[in-house]
Design a protein around this ligand. Structure first.
Ligand code: SF4
Length: 451
């Protein structure tokens, strides 16, 4: 998962920087901005959060078009060594995208005669090669869409001053834009455009926004024939900011409904409902409202510890340790219904259950506002192998024992889809992916070279 942003108009590089700050929750490993100034594309970026990674040089202030990216690595090396936007081999086109390309190895060998270890580099080289062939960024992206298989929400910039944004035909990842007097803006999430005071609309699945040198010359057109959208269920469950809208559905509202539906299938007695902050909060509100049980905060979350789930594996334990501390007066002697958005590797649930027990909780009942994660994702979330998933091959009772909770209940697949009110990609939850995937082969492709 990552975040992308783009701007055409005065102050483009600074505006992209601002948008990236609002998308920081989508990637914390690296960040970058590519900007067009004086007829050439410059690049600023590196490892870390936006404020550490992106040091815009003075010439960036003259940029009229720019694209940017925050990285949560789901392909190739973890950490800040790699960052986007990525340049094509000749530096004529830069791209940044959110998602994964499942056939990048084959495309690299067949079309570019090279073995790629990072899908983002393949995309940049491919789009640039097609740009040289077709002479327009819009045509290059349309042609690329015929070849690329996977999930992508993409922004691209050419040295001739074209800017484009595209969303894959299944619309797995979000992307929105705003057009106004003297600007065109693009961001992964609507909340980022909201905070800039811009009136946005979502780019539809298989849509293309193409700006030919000026915000006045921007058109929304088709990238590829559309399918029925299959937005990523995990975006609604965890990834999106609660104030963002994806495929017309606000994440907070969907999560409250997930909590309500979970509550309807539950009868456990308890003194209070507590969220795992912050990602379980919206669902906990829905659960507590539905069952009429008080909603109480029993955990303090250190906001500076970042999102442990999207950190590289070597950092996850440390972040988790720093992240939660119990509020003892609230937990002591209580039967607690703990609401989390999801259970993937089980490390958060296990740590929190132990923390609450040590703080004197009498019972801890874990309620999860999504189904068990039993399959890998190759479409933009870093869970590429079944081995790491605590629910894979285990019963609910076995997972409950492993996590050290008194009981465990998940929301069902149908409940999740009904709570969002859209047909979703449910691949990792044991439902269907938007298109057939060779899981065995992709597990190898997307775990190889990850360190
Ligand atoms: S497999 Fe899961 S995480 Fe991946 S796109 Fe589908 S719902 Fe999202």
């Amino acid at each position: 998962m990552c975040g992308v942003a783009a701007w055409m108009g005065e102050g483009a590089a600074g505006a992209v920087y601002e948008l990236l700050l609002e998308l920081q929750h989508r990637g914390q490993e690296a960040a970058g901005v590519a900007f067009l100034a004086g007829g050439r594309i410059g690049l600023a970026g590196g490892g870390g959060l936006v404020e550490e990674a992106v040091k815009l040089p003075p010439e960036a202030s003259r940029a009229w078009a720019a694209i940017g990216h925050v990285r949560y690595s789901t392909s190739s090396l973890y950490g800040g060594e790699l960052f986007q936007p990525v340049a094509g081999a000749r530096g004529l086109v830069y791209v940044a995208f959110n998602g994964n390309i499942v056939n990048y190895r084959e495309l690299g060998g067949e079309l570019l005669g090279r073995r790629y270890s990072w899908d983002a580099q393949l995309v940049a080289d491919l789009v640039e090669a097609l740009y040289l062939e077709h002479g327009s960024l819009a045509d290059a992206l349309r042609e690329a869409a015929r070849l690329l298989r996977g999930a992508y929400s993409m922004v691209a910039l050419s040295s001739r001053g074209e800017l484009a944004a595209a969303r894959d035909p299944y619309g797995v990842r979000p992307l929105a834009y705003a057009l106004g007097d003297g600007y065109a803006a693009v961001a992964s999430e609507t909340a980022a455009l909201d905070t800039m005071g811009l009136a946005w609309r979502e780019l539809p699945a298989g849509g293309l926004l193409y700006c030919n040198g000026s915000p006045k010359d921007c058109v929304e057109t088709r990238l590829a024939p559309s399918h029925e959208p299959r937005p990523c269920a995990f975006e609604y469950v965890y990834f999106l900011r609660p104030d963002s809208v994806f495929e017309g559905v606000e994440a907070h509202a969907a999560r409250v409904e997930m909590g309500r539906r979970l509550a309807r299938s539950d009868t456990v007695e308890a003194d209070l409902v507590a969220p795992v902050p912050d990602s379980g909060r919206s669902a906990a509100i829905g659960y507590a409202l539905e069952r009429g049980i008080p909603l109480v905060e029993v955990l303090y979350r250190n906001r500076y510890a970042g999102r442990a789930f999207i950190a590289p594996p070597r950092e996850r334990d440390g972040r988790l340790r720093r992240k939660f501390n119990p509020i003892r007066s609230a937990a002591w002697g209580k039967r607690i219904i703990l609401i989390d958005d999801s259970v993937v590797r089980g490390s958060t649930g296990r740590r929190i259950a132990a923390t609450l027990r040590a703080a004197g909780a009498r019972e801890v009942h874990l309620r999860v506002a999504s189904p068990p994660v039993v399959m890998p994702c190759f479409l933009g979330i870093d869970m590429p192998s079944r081995r790491e998933l605590v629910a894979h091959g285990r019963s609910v009772d076995e997972v409950a024992r492993l996590l050290g909770v008194d009981s465990l209940l998940y929301l069902g697949l149908r409940g999740l889809e009904e709570a969002v009110g859209r047909r979703l990609c449910l691949g990792c939850f044991g439902g269907s992916y938007p298109f057939p995937l060779d899981v065995e082969r992709l597990e190898k492709v997307f775990t190889e070279g990850r360190r």
